[in-house]
Design a protein around this ligand. Structure first.
Ligand SMILES: *Cc1c(COP(=O)(O)O)cnc(C)c1O
Length: 363
């Protein structure tokens, strides 16, 4: 039976990425060797890394603008500490916007390095919106924000103007929408949400912001060392990087970010219209801030959970159980999820309403 995979991460990737990466494990580039058994310094793999790094900058429209793309390891979680290590001066200061669990984890690490100001937080409202009024201290070494809050289903639609370097965790919405990416000085994203297999983290850095801290940085955590080594300072996560390359090629063939943005908007519109219309459900995120990637919603009557769960499972839907900190449901609609899968979910929601609406009112 066809599955409709709404997993929040690791998540759905294009079918052709699964097929081509499976093929590369058996016989990479007709070499009769597996991608997994060749040197990362071999011509064939160096070409993979180069093309992946170039495609990132091309798709983000950052070519020739002083940026470097790296495929590192340790997940987005390691970036939580690499960012302050590389950008916060000795006795310096950083500013963070607290929009959810991941932002909070980033803040925890920054505090290990120096004074960390939280410019605003929506924690008191269980992160159901993005704070809009705040000022960024101009004496901070950088400002850090999270573009999409995977767990709470909120997404920053605009970004503040600031004179200090802006760092953004884009783990769950990179390559999903058109933005002026040059407003950011450092972008990072764990691959497993919208880009490839788990095991690598994309970091895009404007080179001129590096080397200003006065800190001695351990080599493996030093962005400048990774840039100098062309993202091969140590053995990269070869399989994960290869799946990223395949996904980026797929994205380019779809028409790049502008084309996928239209599809993502269409999917989000179909689902949110139903959440808003259907008397059995309610969304958890403030309407203006809700995410086009992760839609979070609850049942009006939680006693009907078992009945609803049976219905969507029967329809082949997988991975929509909400994160424990919000409860209810979370439908993650990353780039590779087709519109048809969203239609299947919406049809189940409609059918659920027609079967249980009255019962729910009596309850
Ligand atoms: C999943 C996620 C992370 C954590 O990523 P890891 O690669 O598992 O470390 C960080 N930030 C955001 C926004 C995420 O969605």
């Amino acid at each position: 039976m066809k599955k409709h995979n709404y997993s929040a991460g690791p998540c759905i990737l294009p079918q052709e990425v699964f097929e081509k990466s499976a093929q590369a494990i058996l016989n990479f580039n007709n070499s009769n060797l597996s991608l997994l058994e060749i040197s990362h310094r071999s011509k064939d793999f160096v070409a993979v890394m180069e093309e992946a790094r170039t495609l990132v900058l091309e798709l983000l429209n950052l070519e020739g603008k002083g940026y470097q793309a790296l495929f590192l390891q340790g997940g987005a979680s390691l970036e939580f500490l690499m960012v302050p290590y590389n950008l916060m001066k000795e006795n310096g200061k950083a500013a963070y916007l607290d929009t959810g669990t991941w932002a909070n984890n980033a803040i925890k690490e920054a505090k290990l390095f120096g004074e960390t100001t939280i410019v605003a937080s929506s924690k008191e409202q269980n992160y159901n919106h993005i704070p809009s009024k705040y000022t960024i201290p101009s004496d901070a070494n950088y400002f850090h924000c999270t573009s999409n809050n995977t767990i709470f289903g909120t997404q920053m639609k605009t970004f503040p103007k600031t004179s200090i370097p802006m760092v953004c965790d884009m783990s769950s919405d990179i390559f999903s929408r058109v933005l002026d990416f040059s407003q950011f000085d450092l972008i990072y994203a764990g691959a497993q949400k919208n880009m490839g297999a788990a095991g690598t983290t994309l970091v895009v850095i404007k080179e001129e912001i590096l080397g200003r801290t006065g800190r001695t940085i351990p080599s493996i955590l030093d962005y400048e060392k990774h840039i100098k080594a062309e993202s091969m300072y140590n053995t990269p996560a070869v399989f994960a990087v290869y799946t990223c390359l395949l996904t980026l090629q797929w994205l380019k063939n779809q028409g790049g970010i502008p084309a996928i943005e239209k599809v993502n908007e269409a999917k989000a519109n179909v689902l949110y219209s139903e959440i808003d219309r259907n008397s059995m459900f309610k969304g958890t995120a403030a309407i203006n801030d809700r995410s086009n990637m992760n839609a979070t919603f609850l049942l009006e009557n939680p006693e009907l959970q078992e009945s609803f769960d049976l219905m969507w499972k029967k329809a082949g839907i997988s991975g929509i159980t909400g994160h424990r900190s919000v409860g209810g449901y979370r439908a993650s609609m990353y780039n590779a999820l087709p519109l048809e899968s969203v239609q299947v979910l919406v049809d189940v929601m409609k059918e659920f309403e027609s079967l249980y609406c009255e019962k729910s009112q009596l309850a």
